[in-house]
Unconditional design. Structure first.
Length: 355
């Protein structure tokens, strides 16, 4: 028994020594290989651009009973929210749009617009499952970038692609409305050398990868309207600026230049009266038949001096005050008639075409 005990102790001691001093091996872990940089995306071919963009475009026809305007729109949501130019829908009492993706025609309602920046947001009735445009997430493309304008060129009802490059950014340009000849200045525009044509207005200007960078607005316009550009000139509202207006309209919030909802109608055409170098009112040039203005007793030659309790010194004052109201609102209007006598009446403004 004593020998067995010693053997056990000896074995235990040997095992204990082995466990208390384990062998160690230094292991060198190699560093991970450097990441392989992702290959930059390749610019799309002309065919790929068309396949991406054309389905998200609608062609627009707007009429006022006498004349028509052809334009283009960019689909923002699958249920038919569309971005276009104000001048495409201005004055129209009937607007229709045709989807390039489905060929279906839709009645169009104007949700709101910004006349100063030439942007409008419209809704296609009963639209659903429409392809949606991809919008660029940068402020503006760089000068020299390749771009392509898509639009309803010459009102033909077919979406046509017109390639070009960005010539300048932040341009301020004088534009002339092809319908009524009026002129106004657009600011912060993208300039390209794409040869856009009437009907392209409101269509997308896209980069080389098919993202919308601007809204085509004007073509072949120079600082002096009497001059004819030697090379194609095209201007577009940057998509970032356009979308700020879109979101304001979608929120239902109007502003100094943004009108939301149906357009109020008084039924007069006016011009500013100036006396001794100062604006003195809005002279009536025309009164529409059966309009609120005619019902109130306004006549050609009368000078409107106040609207809704606020003074009117110019046609711009009257426009601003009217656009702050909604169809169905009742307001007081004051004027001087042709004899110089003061007149006052209460009118209920009606719903009219966008202006």
């Amino acid at each position: 028994m004593r020998g067995l005990s010693m053997l056990v102790v000896g074995l235990a001691t040997a095992a204990s020594l082995t466990l208390s001093a384990p062998a160690t091996v230094d292991t060198v872990v190699p560093p991970p290989p450097p990441p392989v940089p992702a290959a930059p995306p390749l610019p799309a071919t002309a065919e790929e651009l068309a396949a991406r963009i054309v389905p998200a475009v609608v062609t627009i026809t707007a009429t006022d009973g006498w004349t028509g305007m052809a334009g283009t729109g960019i689909v923002l949501t699958s249920d038919g929210l569309v971005l276009t130019n104000h001048h495409v829908v201005s004055g129209a009492d009937e607007i229709t749009a045709v989807s390039a993706a489905t060929g279906l025609a839709y009645d169009v309602a104007v949700n709101g617009y910004d006349r100063v920046h030439d942007i409008a947001v419209v809704q296609l009735g009963s639209a659903r499952d429409l392809p949606v445009a991809t919008l660029a997430d940068t402020e503006a493309p760089q000068v020299g970038s390749a771009v392509t304008a898509f639009g309803n060129a010459d009102g033909g009802g077919v979406v046509v692609a017109t390639p070009g490059t960005i010539v300048a950014t932040g341009r301020n340009v004088l534009v002339r409305d092809s319908v009524d000849g009026s002129r106004h200045r657009l600011t912060g525009m993208l300039q390209s050398d794409a040869a856009i044509r009437p009907g392209d207005s409101g269509g997308p200007l896209v980069d080389a990868f098919g993202a919308v960078v601007g809204v085509n607005t004007a073509g072949a316009i120079s600082e002096d309207p009497a001059e004819t550009p030697l090379a194609p000139e095209a201007y577009a509202v940057p998509i970032s600026a356009a979308m700020r207006i879109v979101e304001q309209i979608r929120s239902g919030t109007g502003g100094d230049t943004v009108h939301v909802g149906p357009t109020p109608l008084l039924g007069v055409t006016v011009t500013t009266v100036r006396e001794n170098g100062e604006n003195r009112g809005a002279e009536v040039l025309w009164v529409s038949f059966d309009s609120p203005a005619e019902t109130a007793g306004l006549d050609i030659g009368d000078i409107i001096t106040s609207f809704d309790g606020k003074p009117v010194a110019s046609n711009g004052d009257l426009e601003t005050l009217l656009m702050a109201r909604r169809p169905g609102d009742t307001v007081e209007i004051s004027w001087r008639d042709k004899t110089g006598a003061a007149q006052t009446a209460t009118v209920t403004v009606e719903s009219g075409p966008p202006r």
